[in-house]
Ligand binder design. Structure first.
Ligand SMILES: Nc1nc2c(ncn2[C@@H]2O[C@H](COP(=O)(O)OP(=O)(O)OP(=O)(O)O)[C@@H](O)[C@H]2O)c(=O)[nH]1
Length: 564
């Protein structure tokens, strides 16, 4: 075996297709300063075996800007024929990934990958570093050098090509699903913005788009599909797009939760945090410090999560119901992101679910945020309908007011006119109401008004429309009723009001009303005209001594005079 007599390297079986990442089955050597060569690593294995490290974790993780690391193992093929295996490092953001294969202690092959190379220069032109190698009988030494300014996370797989292919298909299907959901929701909200001109839909669109762009940048899909030879952009895109994701998320949150109006200082704080991060990122860019930029972007993650949660909780506590969906969504994405962070940092055992938890959390978040927007629209709509209804009701008596009365009366009028039926209107006015106000005060006047309204409401026939016309005046619409019948109804109303007594301390207040009734007496007469006629009849009732019912000006005579 090569390097016999040295401390032996871990041995992999070339015929095995290892399940999952295999950091725990290989050894590694960290570059401490200068870049090392294959020869240097061979030398270190022979002369400084203490530099060889091992781990129990399945995924090797070294944090951000950790420099370069070498992974090494001997691969034994006991067969007589070569065995082909596919080696992959499934992190899309690593700058350089170089595979070296050594036979008899000498390099026989080198394959390059990593996102500092244009896609077409990489072996197999894939988004992640991939190498196929035919392992000849005997021992082949593998050396794999990984270098990045981004988080050094190395999920290294050694498997058959079929299994690697199956994994790739799963990843493609998964990414298609996640991006499909996100982009569909994004476009839908862009259309809502185009139609409704509410900024929160635009921010939602940008937030989803930033998520897609950010993940496409760091998992290498963006470069593989859209910018295959833009290496400089690929190096700076992940930290920049992480910041964009956080900024658009906060813009959506503050717009949706109306933070600017409800919590001005919190809004200012959010703006300041974003401004500070943007300046710091610009400084990193000008200094060419990509590692710092990545640190900066990652340090925003907990700040972002806390701010998003705080914005949601404070809005919810201050009574904003739609904030519930928002909070659930934020908890889902924050949980997903934390699980993924714990998984890639090796703190919890590696699993597919753990690795993709951030995407699953974001899909849930996107759907819950869409629900939150819908809920907000529903609540706003209900509030407007309730306000419109309130504007049509008289708050003192609970009867319809003029605004509520007119549209209903107009449509009834049209109906009756088409059928050529009778329709009467009665105007009802309290007699000497001013005197009651003057003697007992306005509050008692209000009680009397309410009492009379209640009596009128209880005395009207089902189907007749009663409203407070204004002041101490009421109007009653009587569909399909001729003048004589209407006067009988009005007379009953008059008598019932006369029988009413309102107590005020030791006093008993009694009131009367005068009523003018008019009929739609020809084809052309409008509702307004009939109201005027009823008003004229009312005037006659007042002139005639009050507490009586008068029919329209066509006759001008009281139908039934009260016994005064
Ligand atoms: N308490 C109370 N008084 C009201 C309200 N709306 C109008 N009024 C009073 O109703 C009185 C109406 O007075 P007038 O128009 O002189 O009529 P009147 O005293 O009823 O006399 P006649 O109609 O001629 O019988 C005024 O004093 C108004 O202030 C109300 O909502 N509450």
């Amino acid at each position: 075996a090569p390097g016999s007599g040295d401390r032996p390297l871990p041995m992999l079986n070339a015929e095995m297709s290892y399940q999952g990442p295999i950091a725990h089955r290989v050894a590694f050597i960290a570059e401490l300063g200068e870049e090392l060569s294959v020869g240097d690593i061979q030398h270190l294995i022979r002369t400084a075996p203490h530099r060889l490290e091992r781990t129990d974790a399945r995924v090797l993780t070294r944090g951000v800007n950790a420099g370069a690391i070498w992974i090494t193992a001997d691969i034994l093929n006991l067969n007589d024929a070569p065995v082909t295996r596919r080696l992959t490092v499934r992190t899309g953001w690593l700058d350089r990934v170089d595979f070296y294969f050594l036979g008899n202690g000498r390099p026989v092959r080198r394959l390059a990958g990593g996102d500092s190379l244009p896609v077409y220069q990489r072996f197999l032109g894939k988004r992640i570093a991939t190498a196929d190698h035919a392992f000849h009988p005997g021992v082949t030494r593998l050396m794999l050098r990984v270098e990045t300014a981004d988080p050094l996370v190395v999920p290294f797989y050694f498997s058959s090509r079929e299994e690697a292919h199956e994994r790739e298909q799963f990843e493609t299907a998964f990414h298609s699903f996640v991006y499909g959901v996100m982009l569909a929701l994004a476009v839908y909200n862009l259309l809502l913005f185009a139609g409704l001109r509410r900024r929160r839909y635009l921010y939602y669109f940008l937030f989803m788009l930033a998520f897609v762009a950010m993940t496409a940048a760091y998992n290498g899909i963006g470069m593989a599909l859209f910018w295959p030879s833009a290496q400089v952009w690929q190096q700076w895109a992940p930290p920049l797009l992480i910041l964009c994701f956080a900024f658009t998320g906060l813009a959506f949150a503050t717009s949706f939760l109306q933070t600017r109006r409800r919590r001005r200082r919190l809004y200012r704080l959010t703006q300041m945090v974003c401004g500070a991060y943007l300046c710091a990122f610009a400084a990193c860019y000008l200094l060419g410090e990509r590692g710092w930029a990545m640190w900066l972007a990652l340090s925003l993650a907990p700040v972002f999560t806390l701010l998003m949660l705080y914005l949601g909780i404070s809005s919810w506590l201050s009574g904003m119901q739609s904030a519930r969906y928002y909070l659930l969504g934020t908890v889902a994405s924050a949980t997903g992101a934390s699980v993924t962070a714990l998984t890639v940092s090796g703190l919890v055992g590696y699993s597919r679910l753990g690795y993709y938890a951030v995407d699953i959390g974001m899909v849930l978040d996107a759907m819950l945020l869409a629900l939150a927007l819908a809920d907000l629209v529903r609540r706003t709509h209900n509030a407007r309908v309730a306000a419109e209804r309130r504007a049509q009701v008289d708050h003192l008596t609970g009867l319809e007011n003029r605004r509520g009365f007119v549209p209903v009366a107009q449509s009834l009028w049209g109906l009756v006119k088409r059928k050529n039926r009778d329709m009467c209107v009665a105007m009802i006015d309290i007699d000497h109401f001013k005197a009651i106000n003057d003697q007992f005060g306005h509050a008692t006047g209000d009680r009397v008004l309410r009492g009379i309204a209640r009596v009128l409401d209880n005395s009207r026939r089902h189907g007749d429309l009663l409203a407070r016309w204004g002041g101490e005046e009421f109007v009653l619409l009587l569909p399909e009723t001729d003048l004589e019948e209407a006067c009988q109804v009005a007379e009953r109303l008059r008598q019932n009001v006369e029988a009413l007594t309102v107590r005020e301390g030791a006093d008993r207040i009694q009131c009367t009303v005068s009523i003018g009734v008019a009929n739609r007496d020809s084809e052309e007469v409008s509702l307004d005209k009939t109201l005027v006629m009823a008003d004229q009849a009312l005037y006659q009732a007042k002139m005639g001594g009050r507490n009586r019912v008068c029919a329209g000006p066509t006759t001008g005579t009281p139908v039934k005079a009260a016994s005064a």
